[in-house]
Design a protein around this ligand. Structure first.
Ligand SMILES: *[C@@H]1O[C@H](CO)[C@@H](O)[C@H](O)[C@H]1NC(C)=O
Ligand SMILES: *[C@@H]1O[C@H](CO)[C@@H](O)[C@H](O)[C@H]1NC(C)=O
Ligand SMILES: *[C@@H]1O[C@H](CO)[C@@H](O)[C@H](O)[C@H]1NC(C)=O
Length: 527
C-alpha cells in the first residue's frame, strides 16, 4: 500500500474512532460484585484514551492518568461478607402462604436496599467532589441500573446534556426493559427474584405477574419517590424518576441468552454477559496449585461468593457439607473465611480464605463447582465449562439457578431442605459423563459470538457517544402507558363491539322468528 493510501485510511479510521471522549461514571452502589462487572469496562475505555471521571465506592487500584476517581468510601457500609447464614434458618411463616407468601419472600428482604438508597442519595446531593464533577462537560454518562435512581435526578438537576448509558450488573430489573421499550411480559419473562424459567404454568405466571407488579410498586414508592423528595429539597422540581429512566440511550445487560435464556430485545438493550472475564488473570497461590497438582481425580471448587459469610453456616448444615464432600474421591477447595493463611486442610478438603475463582475454574484439574448462584460465579462456570451444583439463597440466585439447569450445566438444591443424600446425588449428577459433555457444549456456544462481550460493550458505548439521543434505539413502547402497551383499551373496544353485535344479531333473529311464527299462526287461523 502506498503511504498516501495509508494516510487516507488512517484518517478514515480516525473519523470512525471517538478520540478521547469525556466520560462520567456514577456508581453509588455498595456491592463489590456489581463493580467487578463494571470495572474492566471502565479500564478498557481508559485504555482507548477516553478521559474518565468515576464516582464509586470502589476506586480503581493504580488508575492511569486519564482516570479521575471520586471515592464514596465511608458514606455507607459496604456489602461484603455481610450476610449471616443463620438468617435463612427460621423463615418468616408468612412466606409459607401460597403465591402471596412467595411474592412477599421476593420483595420484603429487599428493604435494606431502600434504606441504603435514601441515605446515600442524601449524602450525594452535597458531596463536594461529586457536585464539582457534575458541573463538567461530558460526552457520555454511565450509570448503574439497579435499585437507586438518585443519579438520574442529579444528571437532570445539573442539566447534563450527555446521553445516559445504563449498566445492569446482573439479569434485568423489572424496570429495565421499559426504559428502552422492550417487551417485559411476565407470561414468559421471569422476574429477577423468581425461581422461574420462560416455561411457566398458570400458577407460576400468576406468581410472576403479581411479583412483577409488587416489585415495581415497591421500587417506585420505597426508592424512587423518596429519592425524588430528597433531590427536590436541594434542587427544586425534579421529574418523576420513572420518566428520567425512560430517557436512557442504551442499556447493557450482564447476561447472554446461552445461559440466561432468550428474551425480547431492542437495539438499545445489548447483552454483554461475560464482560468482566477480560480482567487480568490473578495468580493461583502456590499452596493451592500444589493441592491441585497432587489431586488424582480432580478438584471440586466450593464458594458461596462475596456476600454470604460461609463461616456462619449452622453447625448441622456445615456437617452435611463436610460429610458429603468427604465421601468424594475428588479433592475439594472451599472458600471459608477465617481459614489459615496457607489454607486449612482436613482429609480431601482444603479450606481457604479467598480464592481466584475464575482462574481456578479454568484450571484443568477443577472439574465441578458448588455455587450460591450469583451472576458472576455462574457466568464464570459457563465460560470455563464446569458443571455446577447451585444452592441459591436470595436476589437473582434462584433465577440464575433455574436458568443454568435449563441451559444444561447445573443441578439446583434447596438450602432449606439440604441433606447429605441430596447433596451427594447432586454431586454425582454434575460429575457424570453426560453433564460434563453437555456443559462443554454449552460453554462453546457461550463463547461463540460476533465479538467478545467487552468489545461489544466498548463498541456500543462509543456508538452512543457518536450518535447519542439521535440513534433512537428504543421502541415506541417506552412512551406508552400500561393500558396502551397491554392493548387493554383495544381489547375492551373489541369486546364491547362483539357483545353489541351479538346482542343486535340475537334481537334480529328473535324478531324474525317471531314474525315467522306469527305468519304461520295467521295461516293456520285462515285455514
Ligand atoms: C478529564 O477529566 C478531568 C476530571 O473531570 C478534567 O478536569 C479534565 O479537564 C478532563 N480532561 C480533558 C482533556 O477533557
Ligand atoms: C431527555 O433527553 C433529551 C435529550 O437530551 C432532553 O432534551 C430531555 O430534556 C430529557 N428529558 C428529561 C425529562 O430529562
Ligand atoms: C503444578 O503443575 C504445573 C504443570 O505441571 C507446574 O508448572 C507447576 O509448577 C506446578 N505447581 C506446583 C506448585 O507444584
Amino acid at each position: 500500500m502506498t503511504s498516501f493510501n495509508c494516510y487516507i485510511l488512517s484518517i478514515i479510521l480516525l473519523c470512525y474512532n471517538v478520540d478521547s471522549a469525556n466520560i462520567l461514571g456514577l456508581f453509588p452502589h455498595t456491592g463489590k460484585s456489581h463493580h467487578m462487572v463494571i470495572e474492566p469496562f471502565l479500564k478498557r475505555l481508559a485504555e482507548r484514551g477516553h478521559n474518565l471521571t468515576v464516582a464509586s465506592f470502589f476506586p480503581m487500584q493504580d488508575p492511569p492518568p486519564n482516570v479521575h476517581d471520586i471515592s464514596f468510601q465511608g458514606i455507607y457500609e459496604l456489602r461484603l461478607e455481610s450476610i449471616d447464614l443463620n438468617e435463612f434458618e427460621n423463615e418468616n411463616i408468612l412466606y409459607k402462604v401460597p403465591i402471596i407468601g412467595r411474592v412477599a419472600k421476593q420483595i420484603l428482604p429487599l428493604q435494606p436496599f431502600a434504606t441504603a438508597a435514601a441515605k446515600i442519595c442524601e449524602r450525594l446531593t452535597d458531596f463536594q467532589a461529586l457536585t464539582d464533577a457534575l458541573k463538567g462537560d461530558y460526552d457520555l454518562v454511565l450509570v448503574e441500573n439497579f435499585m437507586s435512581d438518585c443519579v438520574l435526578g442529579l444528571h437532570y438537576a445539573y442539566g447534563i446534556k450527555a446521553p445516559l448509558l445504563g449498566l445492569v450488573s446482573g439479569p434485568r430489573m423489572p424496570w429495565t426493559m421499559e426504559r428502552v421499550g422492550a417487551v417485559d411480559n411476565p407470561s414468559h419473562v421471569p422476574i429477577v427474584t423468581s425461581p422461574f424459567t420462560s416455561h411457566m404454568c398458570f400458577k407460576d405466571r400468576l406468581e410472576n405477574t403479581l411479583a412483577s407488579i409488587a416489585f415495581h410498586e415497591w421500587h417506585h414508592r420505597e426508592i424512587q419517590m423518596k429519592e425524588r423528595k430528597i433531590l427536590e429539597k436541594k434542587f427544586g422540581n425534579i421529574p418523576d424518576l420513572r420518566d428520567l429512566g425512560r430517557n436512557m440511550s442504551m442499556i447493557f445487560l450482564n447476561t447472554f441468552h446461552v445461559f440466561s435464556g432468550a428474551m425480547p430485545l431492542v437495539p438499545g438493550l445489548v447483552e454483554v454477559g461475560g464482560m468482566h472475564l477480560s480482567s487480568k488473570p490473578k495468580p493461583i497461590p502456590q499452596y493451592m496449585e500444589r493441592f491441585l497438582n497432587e489431586s488424582e481425580h480432580g478438584v471440586v471448587l466450593f464458594s458461596f461468593g462475596s456476600h454470604l459469610r460461609t463461616s456462619t453456616l449452622p453447625e448441622y448444615k456445615e456437617q452435611i457439607f463436610i460429610n458429603a464432600l468427604s465421601k468424594l474421591k475428588q479433592r475439594v477447595i472451599w472458600k471459608y473465611e477465617g481459614s489459615e493463611e496457607q489454607g486449612t486442610r482436613f482429609g480431601n478438603i482444603l479450606r481457604v480464605k479467598w480464592l481466584p475463582q475464575y482462574e481456578l475454574l479454568q484450571h484443568k484439574k477443577v472439574i465441578a463447582f458448588i455455587s450460591h448462584g450469583g451472576m458472576l460465579g455462574m457466568t464464570e462456570a459457563v465460560a470455563a465449562g464446569k458443571p455446577t451444583v447451585v444452592v441459591p439463597f436470595f436476589a437473582d440466585q434462584h433465577l440464575n439457578a433455574a436458568a443454568a439447569v435449563e441451559a444444561g450445566f447445573a443441578t439446583v438444591l434447596s438450602y432449606a431442605d439440604l441433606t447429605e443424600e441430596s447433596l451427594t446425588r447432586a454431586l454425582q449428577a454434575v460429575l457424570s459423563k453426560e453433564m460434563v459433555a453437555k456443559t462443554r457444549q454449552v460453554s462453546q456456544m457461550w463463547h461463540d459470538r460476533q465479538s467478545s462481550p467487552l468489545d461489544t460493550a466498548v463498541f456500543y458505548a462509543e456508538r452512543t457517544i457518536r450518535w447519542g439521543h439521535n440513534a433512537k434505539l428504543y421502541s415506541k413502547g417506552r412512551d406508552l402507558s400500561f393500558y396502551q402497551l397491554a392493548l387493554i383499551d383495544v381489547a375492551v373496544t373489541i369486546l364491547i363491539a362483539v357483545v353489541v353485535f351479538l346482542a343486535l344479531f340475537t334481537y334480529l333473529i328473535v324478531k324474525v322468528l317471531n314474525l315467522i311464527i306469527k305468519v304461520k299462526r295467521s295461516k293456520v287461523k285462515v285455514n
